[in-house]
Design a protein around this ligand. Sequence first.
Ligand SMILES: N[C@H](CCC[C@H](N)C(=O)O)C(=O)O
Length: 291
Amino acid sequence: MAALENRLFVKMNGLGNEIVVLDLRAAPLAVPPQEARALARPGVLPFDQIMALYPPQTEATSAFVRIINADGSESGACGNGTRCIALYEAGRTGAAHMVFESVAGPLDCTVAGDGITVDMGVPRFGWHDIPLAGPVADTRAIELQAGPAEAPVLRAPAVVNVGNPHAIFWVEDVAAVDLARLGPELEHHPIFPERANISVAQVVSPEHIVLKVWERGVGLTRACGSAACATAVAAARLGLTGRRVTVTLPGGDLVIDWRESDDHMLMTGPAEFEFDGRLTAAMLDATAGAE
Ligand SMILES: N[C@H](CCC[C@H](N)C(=O)O)C(=O)O
């Protein structure tokens, strides 16, 4: 029998980033990677991330959250998913403010109507923090390129860890980049021992960035909150923007404020409830031919 059979799920999205919330606090169990992959199949319950909630480990926190990608791998951060669980928890308890814990640290959330703000913590820039395969002195621009060797399409990305690893390539026009083609080789490049989320970013003005993301363990997504944070701080470090920017993703806008006083990244944007239901054996069994 599938471990997750009969569990309740809530399907949500954050700017079109497809999120499944599994509230496992009452009867905790690990999400088996093969069941995650079975669930993510087209026609079953396609998602980008599962946000699995576990009993809190620290006083005054609501839950410990584990983040599982569509390929069954685990991530330390998911901005859009965190807004979803904040909205879910606010609906359940009526509280407008709560703190979740993750492997990457606490996530302080405030729900104010349609706008949900998450404190995504402090970005890290050391090569070993990203992590990269070997020492690099300046992570604002590393030696890496994609496309033909003599005429690279993408080059010299900034790298940032915001709880998960990100590489950001600066481009003139995001629409002109075939990220579906270039994303896989960059995600799996040996320079990233834990793989990486790959972004192409177009700086429109000191307050506005347009962004497209190839997510580690997923592929192209409508939005990626952690990539928006990583891109905002990378742009500010390079002097391309100020510390407060609007990031436009295919699914819509996020506002990122890299707070001057303590270097925390505050991400604000929407989240949406779609439907809920119960997981069945057929949904969790990849051999069942659920289409
Ligand atoms: N959708 C998420 C990012 C998931 C990151 C995941 N793909 C990884 O790091 O493996 C977000 O809104 O931040």
